[in-house]
Design a protein around this ligand. Structure first.
Ligand code: SF4
Ligand code: SF4
Length: 201
């Protein structure tokens, strides 16, 4: 709602999504801390970004750097004209889902980058898995992945899917793209995809 009024006042239609886009949390953390991290995201006083839930309790300092992703499989040339995402909730708190939905809002407008939402895995290029591992969703995720045409990608979104986060066990899959945060910001989601696709160096 705040953005709505800010947008009306300043006549902003969409975020520019360039390097000037800065938010405090989640952003890369720096420094050292011996705080007893609830998710073991501090090892030998150093930050382990995949496990961090950005609880702000330790002495690590935010850098405002939004490059919170791991690209394990570069896909330059692929999906440049259209990239269809099919989200699956394996067991979330709801916040990752909200941030994911926000990338398609007028503020972030992922469609302008040729990123779209698919309502079936049969038309999807990437499966976006959010939340912790749950037994009940294991087969459903497998079925969705099997139904997708080649080439296809697996994207993990949020600390829960990548490391188990604060609430459970990680999804035991190798993700092509890991989007970090708890929840990741919409900017990070779009940025990770653009970089994997080779649109942004
Ligand atoms: S912000 Fe919280 S979760 Fe992240 S390293 Fe610090 S204590 Fe751990
Ligand atoms: S990563 Fe964080 S925001 Fe996303 S589902 Fe897990 S607890 Fe919720």
């Amino acid at each position: 709602m705040m953005w709505f009024f800010k947008g009306i006042k300043k006549r902003i239609k969409t975020e520019k999504l360039n390097d000037k886009y800065k938010i405090k949390y989640p952003s890369a953390l720096e420094g050292k801390s011996d705080y007893k991290c609830p998710t073991d995201a501090i090892e030998d006083q150093k930050w382990v970004k995949e496990k961090c839930i950005f609880c702000e309790k330790c002495d690590l300092k935010p850098t405002y750097n939004q490059d919170l992703y791991n690209i394990n499989n570069n896909i330059p040339g692929l999906f440049k004209k259209s990239f269809y995402l099919y989200p699956v909730d394996s067991g979330t708190c709801g916040a990752c889902n909200t941030e994911f939905d926000t990338i398609f809002s007028p503020q972030y407008d992922a469609n302008r980058f040729k990123i779209f939402l698919s309502n079936t895995p049969r038309h999807a290029d990437a499966l976006v898995i959010m939340g912790v591992y749950t037994e009940g969703m294991e087969k459903i995720i497998e079925n969705a992945y099997d139904a997708m045409p080649e080439p296809k990608l697996l994207i993990g979104m949020g600390a829960c899917s990548i490391s188990g986060g604060i609430i459970g066990e990680k999804i035991g899959k190798k993700f092509d793209i890991e989007i970090l945060g708890c929840p990741p910001s919409p900017y990070t989601v779009i940025n990770a995809i653009l970089r994997a696709r080779g649109d942004v160096k």
